[in-house]
Design a protein around this ligand. Structure first.
Ligand code: BGC
Length: 535
C-alpha cells in the first residue's frame, strides 16, 4: 500500500479535491521527440505536487492514431509508444502516490478509433455480419445519401461510407465526432462487457478513478431518426436530442459504480457531461457517477448575474442527489481563460479572480495545465493546426494545447523537450519563456505564486473546517455587478465583475486576487475571500 492509500482512506476525498489536468502531449517531453510523454510527466511531478493539488487527471495516453489527439483509442488497455510503456505508467502511478497525489485517467466509451481491431474486423466482415452489430452500420437509401441527417459535433455529416468504392457494401457507419471515431453500439451487450473489462483493468492497476469522456453520449435514439434541426448539433451534441441523454445510459454508470465500489479505497468516476443542469445531475444520482464537471463554466461570459444563476442552477440540480459539481474554468477543449476574459492585463486579472471564485464553491475543482502560469490562447499558424475540429471546418482547439514552457531558455522549446530535440508537435511562440515556471517561480506577483498561495489557503481552510463540501453556497448579485457567494461557517467570496470598485463585506479578508484600492475597496475584475468574525 502506498503512502497515499495508507493515509487517505476517506471514501469521498474527491468531493472537494482540486485536481490538475495533464494533457500529456504538451506537459513534458522526456525522450526528445517533440511530444510529451509519461517519463517527462513523472520527472515533472514535483511541479504538480508543489502547487498543493490533490492529484492529477491525465487525458488519454492509450494507443491511438491520434486523429483526435488520443481521443480515438485503438487499444483501451495499452500505452501508446509515443508516450512510453506500461511499466512507465506504473512508475508514474507509484511516484504520484508516493507524493500523495491521486491519479485519474480518461476513458472514452462513446467511440473508439477506426483502427481499433473490432472496428477493422467489422469493416472486413461486411454488411449483415455480427461484427458490424458492435457499431452503428446502416444502409443508406442509395450509395450517396447517409442513413439520416445527423451532423457531427466537429462539423460535417456524422456518417461515412464503410467502403466508398464498393457496389456490394452500401453501408455507412456513425461517428458523432470525426470519421476516425466510430461510435460503439451500446445496445449490443458485448459492448458493456468489453468496457467493464477495460474499467477493471485500470482500476486493478491502482488508478484512483476515471474521467468519463462524453459521459452523456453512448446511446442513440432507437431507430436513429432524423433530427429536427440537423445544423444545430454543431453547437454541441445536446442540441440533437437523439445523440445523448438516453435513459439506458444510467444503467451503464450503475454498473460501473458497482465495480468502482468493489475497490478499497473506492474509486471515483467523474463525468464530462454537457447537458442542462437538471439533466446532467441525473447522472450523479447516488448509485451512478460520483461527480460531473460544471460544464457551462468553461464558457461563461464575464457577467455577475450569469455566474450566479448558472452556479445556482448547477448546485441546486446536483444538490437534489446529494452531489456537488467539479468546477473548472479551463480545459483542453476551450479557449484559455486569460484570453476568453478579454486578454492582456484585464484577462489575467479576471482569470485570477475567477480561480478564487470557483475554488470557494462547494465541490471539487480542476486546474488545466498552464492555467497556473496564466498562459493565453496561442494563435497557432494555420499550417501547424492539427485539431480535427478545425480540419472538419470548426474552430481550432490547438491554441489551448501548446507545449508548456518550463524555462526561459530561448534555444529549443523553453525546457519542454531536452536540448537538441525534434520540434515540438505544436510550435511554441517566442514569448513563451516569459510565462515559464522558471520565470515565475521566484516572482512575488506571478500567477504561479498566486495559484500556490490560493491552494495553500484553501487547504488550510479545509483543514480548519471553514470550507467543507457539505456547506451549501448562497449566491447573490449586488448592484448588478458584484457577485457574492456565502458558504456556511462564515466564509464568503466576493467578485467585482463590473467597472466599479466594490465594498468588501465585513470580516477578515484572508485572500484577494489583487491589491485593494487606497480606500480598501475591491477593484474591478478582482475577488476576495472573507471569513466573518465570530463564526
Ligand atoms: C474531449 C475532446 C474530444 C471529444 C471526443 C471530448 O469531450 O474532451 O477533446 O475531442 O471528447 O472524444
Amino acid at each position: 500500500m502506498t503512502a497515499l492509500h495508507r493515509n487517505g482512506q476517506e471514501a469521498d476525498w474527491w468531493r472537494d479535491a482540486v485536481m490538475y489536468q495533464v494533457y500529456p502531449r504538451s506537459f513534458a517531453d522526456g525522450d526528445g521527440d517533440g511530444v510529451g510523454d509519461l517519463a517527462g510527466l513523472t520527472a515533472r511531478l514535483p511541479h504538480i505536487a508543489s502547487l498543493g493539488v490533490d492529484g492529477l487527471w491525465i487525458t488519454p495516453f492509450q494507443p491511438s492514431p491520434h486523429v483526435d489527439q488520443g481521443y480515438d483509442v485503438s487499444d483501451y488497455c495499452g500505452v501508446d509508444l509515443l508516450f512510453g510503456t506500461m511499466q512507465q505508467f506504473e512508475e508514474l502511478l507509484h511516484a504520484a502516490h508516493g507524493m500523495s497525489l491521486r491519479v485519474l485517467m480518461d476513458i472514452a466509451p462513446n467511440h473508439c478509433s477506426s483502427e481499433h481491431p473490432l472496428f477493422q474486423a467489422a469493416l472486413a466482415a461486411g454488411p449483415g455480419s455480427p461484427e458490424r452489430d458492435l457499431f452503428h452500420f446502416e444502409d443508406g437509401p442509395d450509395g450517396m445519401t447517409p442513413p439520416n441527417n445527423w451532423v457531427s459535433s466537429f462539423g460535417d455529416r456524422s456518417w461515412t461510407r464503410a467502403d466508398p468504392g464498393s457496389r456490394t457494401d452500401q453501408q455507412w457507419y456513425l461517428h458523432i465526432f470525426s470519421s476516425a471515431q466510430p461510435d460503439w453500439n451500446w445496445r449490443h451487450p458485448a459492448v458493456g462487457d468489453f468496457f467493464e473489462e477495460v474499467l477493471r483493468f485500470w482500476l486493478d492497476k491502482g488508478v484512483d478513478g476515471l474521467r468519463v469522456d462524453v459521459a452523456h453520449g453512448l446511446y442513440k435514439s432507437h431507430g436513429l431518426p432524423d433530427a429536427d434541426d440537423p445544423g444545430a448539433v454543431t453547437k454541441g451534441l445536446r442540441f440533437n436530442p437523439h445523440l445523448t441523454d438516453q435513459e439506458e445510459v444510467h444503467d451503464v454508470y450503475r454498473r460501473w459504480r458497482r465495480v468502482a465500489d468493489e475497490y478499497s479505497p473506492a474509486r471515483v468516476l467523474v463525468g464530462e457531461v454537457n447537458l442542462e443542469p437538471d439533466r446532467a445531475a441525473r447522472l450523479v444520482r447516488p448509485d451512478e457517477l460520483h461527480q460531473a464537471f460544471a460544464y457551462p463554466f468553461v464558457k461563461l461570459p464575464w457577467d455577475a448575474s450569469v455566474w450566479a444563476s448558472t452556479a445556482g442552477l448547477l448546485a441546486h440540480a446536483h444538490g437534489k442527489y446529494g452531489a456537488v459539481p467539479a468546477w473548472s474554468i479551463e480545459n483542453h477543449d476551450v479557449v484559455r481563460a486569460v484570453t476568453r476574459y478579454g486578454g492582456g492585463e484585464r484577462g489575467v486579472s479576471r482569470a485570477r479572480a475567477a480561480l478564487l471564485a470557483v475554488l470557494a464553491l462547494p465541490g471539487g475543482a480542476y486546474i488545466y495545465q498552464g492555467q497556473e502560469l496564466g498562459l493565453p490562447e496561442v494563435e497557432v499558424p494555420l499550417e501547424a493546426r492539427v485539431d480535427p475540429m478545425w480540419t472538419r471546418g470548426g474552430v481550432s482547439r490547438d491554441g489551448a494545447r501548446v507545449p508548456l514552457p518550463w524555462t526561459t531558455a530561448e534555444e529549443g522549446t523553453f525546457g519542454f523537450s531536452p536540448v537538441g530535440a525534434e520540434a515540438p508537435w505544436l510550435p511554441t511562440p517566442a514569448s513563451w519563456g516569459s510565462y515559464s515556471i522558471e520565470a515565475q517561480r521566484d516572482s512575488e506577483d506571478s500567477m504561479l505564486r498566486y495559484v500556490k498561495t490560493v491552494l495553500a489557503m484553501r487547504n488550510r481552510l479545509r483543514a480548519d473546517g471553514v470550507l467543507s463540501a457539505a456547506d451549501p453556497a448562497r449566491w447573490r448579485v449586488e448592484a448588478d455587478d458584484a457577485l457574492v457567494c456565502e458558504r456556511g461557517n462564515g466564509f464568503l467570496v466576493v467578485m467585482a465583475m463590473g467597472a466599479r470598485a466594490v465594498r468588501i463585506p465585513d470580516g477578515d479578508v484572508v485572500l484577494t486576487s489583487a491589491a485593494l484600492t487606497g480606500e480598501g475597496l475591491l477593484p474591478p475584475d478582482t475577488a476576495a475571500w472573507v471569513v466573518r468574525a465570530g463564526r
